[in-house]
Design a protein around this ligand. Structure first.
Ligand code: YOG
Length: 137
């Protein structure tokens, strides 16, 4: 069984977030704000059911899903697109495919060295984020 993704996680590195946002079609004004944000992830899991919240001082985003069950996702406040999403375990990684207007879009989460890792990808751009566990709450 893979290490639990559950908990509150604070970002410690964010590589090529700019490239990922450009691929999503986010304009320069919002990118300038977004690139400076200290993102927090809150992950809850009950069996196959997940809630992943991305929190910031600017906007929040929440997604709920069941593993291996396709769902309609609206990326409200991000690029505000409708996609069909499917999240599944591949080995020890939680992998999401987001099928829609953008090619090759999705994300992958896993735990490594007690850190929460996230790869966000879209149309050939890869953003790599690492979060450390917040133990104060
Ligand atoms: O997370 O898909 O954990 O949903 C990063 C994408 C910035 C808005 C957040 C708000 C941002 C402007 C979601 C940031 C790029 C930029 C806080 C990442 C788009 C718009 C919400 C993500 C998955 C996996 C779960």
């Amino acid at each position: 069984m893979p290490a639990s993704l559950c908990g509150t996680w604070d970002i410690i590195s964010n590589v090529n977030f700019e490239g990922y946002m450009i691929a999503l079609g986010i304009g320069p004004h919002i990118r300038k704000i977004a690139v400076k944000l200290k993102l927090r992830k809150v992950v809850e899991q009950h069996g196959d059911q997940f809630v992943i919240k991305t929190l910031s001082t600017f906007r929040n985003y929440s997604v709920s899903f069941r593993v291996d069950q396709e769902f309609e996702e609206f990326t409200q406040g991000l690029d505000s697109k409708h996609v069909k999403s499917l999240v599944s375990w591949k080995e020890n990684k939680l992998v999401c495919e987001q099928i829609g207007e953008k090619k090759n879009r999705g994300w992958t989460h896993w735990i490594e060295d007690d850190k929460l890792h996230l790869e966000l990808y879209c149309e050939g751009q890869l953003c790599t984020q690492v979060f450390k566990k917040n133990v104060s709450e």
